[in-house]
Design a protein around this ligand. Sequence first.
Ligand SMILES: Cc1cc2nc3c(=O)[nH]c(=O)nc-3n(C[C@H](O)[C@H](O)[C@H](O)COP(=O)(O)OP(=O)(O)OC[C@H]3O[C@@H](n4cnc5c(N)ncnc54)[C@H](O)[C@@H]3O)c2cc1C
Length: 165
Amino acid sequence: MTAVDGTARRLTFANGASAEFDLLAYVPPHRPPRVVRDGGLVAESGWVSVDRHTLETRVPGVYAIGDVVAIPLTLGKPLPKAGVFAHAEAEIVAKNIARTITGQGAPQRFEGYGECFIEIGDGKAGWGGGNFYAEPKPQVTLRWPSWRWHLGKVLFEKSWLYTKM
Ligand SMILES: Cc1cc2nc3c(=O)[nH]c(=O)nc-3n(C[C@H](O)[C@H](O)[C@H](O)COP(=O)(O)OP(=O)(O)OC[C@H]3O[C@@H](n4cnc5c(N)ncnc54)[C@H](O)[C@@H]3O)c2cc1C
């Protein structure tokens, strides 16, 4: 796909073809923003490489978290790009930077733990979580979908909307 005309609701493709749409659900190619690519931190993978525990880049005192980083796992795939990891990494880096400034608190390490609800519709959700840094492969537990997990997801969402904003 080379262009999207939202007004005319038309897609254009590289081979010259075009197509109309009513509702477009489109995920563009996933890549770091230009400011990161031009910053000289991107490795061969196309993403920023970091220490998997501290999220420090090869430039001392410069950290990268979330989707811009690629953290290789032993099984050959990278740590999934997910909000739960971006969140955990952010807290680790923030605490370590605060510690550098204040000299207080213990050093923090990101240990690869993540979890998420898995919506399946019909008022039900499952749950998956575990240690993605475990070797030789991540140790992830899956919970069978039920209304309880869906309710848990709703409450989790509400806690963000009402207490953290
Ligand atoms: C369809 C979809 C479903 C998903 N579902 C889940 C899920 O169920 N659970 C889960 O954990 N994760 C999920 N994810 C993944 C999750 O959204 C991402 O991993 C997470 O948002 C990454 O956070 P981030 O802060 O690294 O990047 P982002 O959330 O992408 O934030 C980066 C921000 O930087 C801004 N930015 C870019 N360039 C510049 C610039 N030059 N100057 C200033 N700002 C700039 C962008 O506008 C953006 O706001 C999903 C992702 C998608 C696409």
